[in-house]
Write a protein that binds this ligand. Structure first.
Ligand code: GAF
Length: 406
């Protein structure tokens, strides 16, 4: 992909780029809708990436071109970096433009030619937009002479926070920190255990293939139109519940009475509400949201404990319980995701769940390698029987995070 971005850049601009930076999409193994509740997530990076070939311009313009699978370039109208403000750019170009807007405010105001090429499936809930934003951030920083992990460079977490700000304040989508952090901070053969409140991270070994399993990703191809409003409503409900309970975030509600997570800096034992009491104190419509978030944080912690102990084969039930909670309590699943999960389980998966924000997108299934084709065939057949568009299937292998390629 980096080579393609470089050669397309040369074709479009008539000279080579200064460099190419790329960032991956992600799968979240477990820990859904917990990030904006200050909780825990456990993603890994996919081998699919968005690459950005870049070269600085002296006229202060940001000129962005994207090249699709058909090789045809699509150009956004060049805009002066100095004029970038929320609402100034819409559509796909808002994502890279928002990153330029944030970096300008952080002291990196460079005009640039950017060329984007990638193979992260778009709209599949696998974070193609975050991969684009992260790769853009690295490219613009790189043009300013700042390479991640070099002395004096901002940390990867800092870049993730900038990318989140560009998405929240420029693009206007109130997402959490899961996807940007995954794209920037994941490493090969591991899942990333992120405590969103403390920023604490642990790379937990996750080599499904060596243990005889596949993580099968099922892109349902469903894209339901209410996903944005549904996401906002859920987030607002969680924030309302936290306010009513008098806690900073739902992270502070515990299953058992002990504060959640060792890295928690909130005062232990001083008013950490227990789930049952919290549910009793809340209006009925907020209870399922709270139950999901609190139990999901607990499931992430249990999954991490099993993985640390090398017991990968035992995480299946937690994955399936996560799906049930997202389907029944959080209500962000849909027919296509439920079919993918139910059929996978019936066909031999040890666990399965939707991954990402929901309302369409992708599901994952933990499948013994020997059953992978059977499970895949049965899912495809089940979609055909229901006259649903054929899903896309692939085995996900935990891959490297964002970086400079050329
Ligand atoms: C989307 C958001 F971008 C993430 O921040 C996260 O909330 C996720 O949905 C749900 O876990 O991917």
């Amino acid at each position: 992909m980096p080579t393609r971005a470089a050669s397309e850049f040369a074709r479009v601009h008539g000279h080579a780029p200064t460099g190419v930076w790329s960032a991956p999409g992600r799968v979240n193994l477990i820990g859904e809708h917990t990030d904006y509740n200050d909780g825990f997530v456990l993603p890994f990076a996919l081998p699919f990436r968005i690459a950005v070939a870049a070269r600085a311009r002296t006229d202060g313009l940001l000129a962005i071109t994207t090249v699709g699978d058909d090789g045809r370039p699509q150009r956004a109208e060049p805009v002066p970096v100095e004029s970038l403000e929320p609402g100034r750019v819409t559509g796909w170009a808002a994502y890279p433009s928002g990153v330029s807007w944030v970096l300008r405010h952080e002291g990196f105001p460079s005009g640039a030619d950017l060329l984007i090429a990638g193979d992260v499936p778009a709209g599949a809930g696998l974070s193609s937009s975050h991969a684009l934003q992260c790769a853009t951030a690295l490219a613009l920083l790189g043009l300013a002479g700042v390479e991640l992990d070099h002395q004096g460079a901002p940390s990867r977490s800092q870049v993730a926070a900038w990318v989140q700000r560009s998405e929240n304040d420029f693009v206007g989508v109130p997402t959490g920190l899961l996807d940007q952090t995954a794209s920037l901070c994941c490493v090969e053969s591991h899942v990333l255990f992120l405590d969103v409140r403390s920023g604490g991270m642990e790379q937990v070994p996750f080599d499904a293939a060596a243990a005889g399993f596949d993580v099968l990703v099922i892109d349902t191809k469903a894209r339901h139109s209410h996903s944005d409003s549904g996401y906002r409503e859920r987030r607002a409900g969680c924030e309302r519940a936290a306010a009513l309970l008098g806690v900073r975030a739902l992270r502070d509600v515990s299953l058992s009475g002990a504060p959640n997570g060792s890295a928690d800096t909130s005062p232990a034992g001083t008013g950490t509400p227990v789930l049952d009491d919290a549910l009793a104190a809340l209006p009925e419509e907020l209870r399922p949201l709270v139950r999901h978030v609190v139990t999901e944080n607990d499931r992430v912690e249990h999954t991490v404990e099993l993985l640390r102990a090398g017991r990968l084969a035992e995480i299946g039930e937690l994955l399936t319980a996560s799906h049930e909670s997202l389907r029944d309590d959080y209500q962000v699943s849909c027919l296509e995701l439920d079919v993918a999960v139910d059929v996978s389980l019936a066909a031999g998966a040890l666990g399965a769940r939707m991954t990402g924000g929901g309302f369409g997108g992708s599901a994952i299934a933990l499948v013994p390698h020997t059953e992978r084709d059977t499970v895949g065939d049965k899912v495809i057949a089940a979609f055909a029987e229901r006259s649903l568009p054929a899903p896309g299937l692939f085995t996900a292998v935990p891959s490297a995070g964002a970086g400079r390629d050329i």
